[in-house]
Design a protein around this ligand. Sequence first.
Ligand code: ATP
Ligand code: ZN
Length: 226
Amino acid sequence: MTLDNTRLRIAIQKSGRLSTECQKLLKGCGVKLNIREQRLIAHAENMPIDLLLVRDDDIPGLVMDGVVDLGVVGENVLEETLMERRATNEPADYSELKRLDFGGCRLSLAVADDFDYQGPQSLEGKRIATSYPWLLKRFMDNQGVKFKSVMLNGSVEVAPRAGVADAICDLVSTGATLEANGLVEADVIFRSKAVLIQSGTALPAGKQQIVDKLLPRIQGLQQARE
Ligand code: ATP
Ligand code: ZN
């Protein structure tokens, strides 16, 4: 299975919180998919569309580097990648086609339930564990609070109990994970939903036509769900 450059390439999360909704969205647009486990690429059977099934963290970069034409990703991951790429002078062009109605969550500061939190200032000089160092730094800079970032790509919520950090900055939807770890949400720093993004470089006419066909269908699906 290889990629054919005349087919529209769309990157979606392989498995995780966005995968089911992404596949549902494409099916709702009439795209017939045959997704097999362990495969990186899935070809649509009835349209010139190829899907790339990847980790969500890789999606903004694949779009910004023009490796794929479209991608669906959380704004949290998009914004974090954008800030990192801008800081390191890597390509960061893309356009947002649609904010989607799934993948809702918030990036929040959380502290142990016995921590006397009086606002971001309470975290002055503290260690904060996160997978989102750029979003966290932007928020804390705006608040004028200095802190130390502890980068963790997983198990962020156990960091305070493990003595690795004084607080965390992590994604929350219901708050159940925080509660299970003896943490309380202290401040919301970013609200996120999934978005459909397109690469910054103009698409060949044939591919753009497919995008122009998909977009109103997505619009229609979302309106029907409102
Ligand atoms: P991957 O293996 O693809 O890297 P992951 O573990 O990083 O997966 P998921 O937990 O599947 O990612 O979350 C994917 C996205 O879903 C998040 O970046 C976020 O935009 C969204 N999301 C919605 N609700 C939540 C939640 N409660 N916790 C985490 N992410 C959420
Ligand atoms: Zn991820």
